[in-house]
Design a protein around this ligand. Sequence first.
Ligand SMILES: Nc1nc2c(ncn2[C@@H]2O[C@H](COP(=O)(O)OP(=O)(O)O)[C@@H](O)[C@H]2O)c(=O)[nH]1
Ligand SMILES: [Mg+2]
Length: 481
Amino acid sequence: MEPIVTDATPTFAIVGAVNHGKSSVVSTLAEDDQIKISAMPGETVECQRFWLLDLFVFYDTPGFQNALEALNELAPAAQASEPLSVFRQFVERHKGEVEFEAEYQLFQPIIAGAGVVYVVDGSEPLLEIHKAEMEILRMTGQPRLAIINRTGTDDHVQDWKRRLGLHFNAVREFNAHHATFANRLELLETLAGIEQSWKPKLMRAVTMVREDWEKRLSECAEILVNMLSDCLTHEERTLLQSEAQRQSEERALTDRFQKAICAREANAHKAIIKLFRHELIKSETSAGDLFEEGLFSEQTWSLFGCSQQQLVALASVGGAAGGAMIDVMFGGHSLGAFALGGMAIGAAGAFFAGKTRPEIELEMPRNMRWLSPRLKVAGTTLRVPPYAALNFPWILVDRCIAIFHYSIHRTHARRDKVRINSAEEKAKMAKSGVSTDHWPAGVRRDCQKRFTALRNGKLAPKAREELRELLRAQLVAVSNS
Ligand SMILES: Nc1nc2c(ncn2[C@@H]2O[C@H](COP(=O)(O)OP(=O)(O)O)[C@@H](O)[C@H]2O)c(=O)[nH]1
Ligand SMILES: [Mg+2]
């Protein structure tokens, strides 16, 4: 849906030489990955309007086509009391002409009052034609910012900087493919500073962009809490039809359990991606999994979540968790005394609280548990109880953090295929210290308490809010990383 923008909405025309990254800069600033970007020059043939919320308008333009000729004709603007009127006459004179088609397009928003953002590729050399472009833009008299965006490895940045400094109110380096939210905000703040009379309005808009981001982080934390609450309490039941079919029914039930959890997790991932306005991040499988490795794969369990040592430390947090865990470990046999011993977790305990995925257990109907298979009768209920593995919530959280980390670090200028490799993404998260095994131990303990409460179905609204706040603070840390 188009936001409501008015003539008073701060507006900028993104101009520059063809193929220097104009559309890429617009995509990144407007968080729009549907804008046409191409290695082929001349893809953008007319001005197109894009928005960042209802706070900024950006015109993507075709760039210059015939700057040297245009400069000759526009020279009187340098002395004119109202320079834009010279541009207006130029546009009227050349309407429909092939020679100045691009200039005709790109001057339109500027004549209407837009500020100018001139995008140059710092990996390309500075040519005479670019000097003409800069001169034309200077003559508009409109507030002007220059952005140096490098698309290749060659480095002509210093040449560009020296020259741009003569013609523009501000010059900034900006990488359309790798800019973080902080980089974007900084650029918008710079835009706000280039014209005194625009500053109050633009700074208000910048504040609102920041608030919108914070709101999105809170919403993301809410997505996590909801997913955890569903996944940690989910169970499946079925009526056992006949003893003969018990094995296949058990298999079908655990399968159903696994699918339901995976679908719930995939929904959370989708919601996060949507929150950060990515259309190109989508699953290629019908199961909706964005990772190459599924939630219940051994690789996922060895990579994500907490370390073995951290899990052992967490096993005693939150009351019954340790006991419940060990109970499940021994197939539901009551080992209360053993559990109360708490930390007496041996090799088997370490397995359950470890980096290997424990089996999904099936609960035998109470009255049948001690009967011999021969005596078990049809008509009883089979149940997969909520999955008690200690690392389970941590793996869910860690994978969501991975999706979040990927989404906020992938700018909307990227058009390459999405491929989330668990090992690669986890390594990136670890490097910036944001995966759950890098969280402060106190935060992990605080979260663990709430996970236990969630599992017991006792998470009061207050505790839920506390968990959301704990997770939100970690998302802020990821966002700042
Ligand atoms: N590696 C890299 N490539 C970029 C960057 N910005 C633009 N490009 C590439 O440069 C080419 C031209 O970009 P585009 O935005 O369409 O330029 P425009 O013609 O000025 O609108 C495309 O192939 C982009 O993928 C960048 O920051 N990094
Ligand atoms: Mg373009």
